[in-house]
Design a protein around this ligand. Structure first.
Ligand code: PHE
Length: 337
């Protein structure tokens, strides 16, 4: 029995066969178990002798099983390792990597320009109160200029911000009328417009605000001129036209010259040779006062621009919807390598 079992164990080729051998000899109905069960029939003298032999046989079979099982496991592992080995000399499969959205790149580029001129970057909520979106910007209830920005109201008091200008009011209030403010802020804004090539119910803005003692219109012009030249090229000129915003006085709109051709070709601009890119002005005394700044001591300028418009101008994108329909072929053109 013993040598038969050991012979089979030696021949076993895998763990399953080994298990079967174990059952056949040591299992409930196994041959060795039968021998042990039959011990009752033996005489008193025979029992210890047979018992000892049987135990020895069981021990040797058990040991053989264990050794073989260890061996087979090691073999199985080696086989698996070999099978799953990676051929590092094979060429890799290309991975489709993403990149920043064109708008994100433009916004970061503009923010960097202003950070370089000493502006700090701020943020404000997209769900805004009527107070910060309008009241604090000199647009009281019933002011006709509220119609300039068709608004998505959530409740009577809550709305989706129609511009990033509320961040001006929030920042000034946080600075408590005590220290100068020099900030920019970018983010999404919402207006109840019907989407077409030049309108989108959601778009982005970048806001700038500089409040200090003796801030003048010439400071505004200088900063904007620097911005335009850095963003679009040294050959660009800017032009300020009188305009109206309730929160600035005087208010202007800024055009940049666009009869410019360079190595990259000519910019898309028809008609007058000027294209409007932002609104700006000197912060209205009421706005300063509401935010806790004494308009007799402090003055400031503010500006607001649309990154979509700037991207459209800079890259010749002719439909604002392209920024939001997420056609990967469009977006990929602007991924930097
Ligand atoms: N908030 C204005 C708009 O959305 C832009 C603006 C900002 C104008 C700051 C003047 C000063 O049209």
């Amino acid at each position: 029995l013993q040598s038969e079992a050991l012979e089979k164990i030696k021949a076993a080729e895998n763990l399953k066969e080994l298990q079967e051998i174990k059952v056949a000899y040591l299992g409930k109905k196994g041959s060795l178990t039968k021998v042990l069960k039959g011990m009752g029939k033996l005489t008193k003298e025979e029992r210890p002798v047979v018992g000892e032999i049987a135990n020895r046989v069981r021990e040797s079979i058990t040991e053989a099983l264990e050794n073989k099982s260890e061996l087979l496991e090691k073999k199985a592992l080696e086989e698996q390792l070999e099978k799953e080995a990676i051929d590092i000399t094979l060429p890799g499969r290309p991975v489709n990597v993403g990149g920043p959205h064109l708008l994100t790149s433009i916004i970061e580029e503009i923010e960097d320009l202003f950070i370089g001129m000493g502006f700090e970057v701020r943020e404000g909520p997209e769900v805004e109160t009527d107070y910060f979106n309008f009241e604090a910007l000199n647009l009281p209830q019933g002011h006709p200029a509220r119609d300039m920005q068709d608004t998505f109201y959530i409740t009577n008091e809550l709305l989706l911000r129609t511009h990033t200008s509320p961040v001006q009011a929030r920042t000034m209030r946080e600075y408590k009328g005590e220290k100068p403010v020099k900030m920019i802020c970018s983010g999404k804004v919402y207006r109840r417009d019907t989407d077409d090539a030049t309108h989108s119910h959601q778009f982005t803005q970048i806001e700038g605000l500089f409040v200090d003692k003796n801030v003048r219109m010439s400071d505004l012009k200088g900063i904007l001129d620097t911005f335009a030249k850095k963003m679009f090229g040294q050959e660009r000129k800017i032009r300020l036209r009188p305009s109206y915003f309730p929160f600035t006085e005087p208010s202007v709109e800024m055009d940049i010259s666009c009869k410019v051709c360079n190595g990259d070709g000519c910019s898309v601009c028809k008609g007058t040779g000027w294209i409007e890119i932002l609104g700006a002005g000197m912060v209205h005394p009421n706005v300063l006062e509401m935010a806790g700044y004494d308009p007799d001591i402090y003055s400031g300028f503010a500006f607001g621009m649309g990154p979509e418009r700037i991207a459209m101008l800079k890259y010749g994108v002719n439909d604002i919807r392209q920024f939001y329909t997420n056609d990967i072929r469009f977006l990929k053109q602007y991924h930097k390598a």
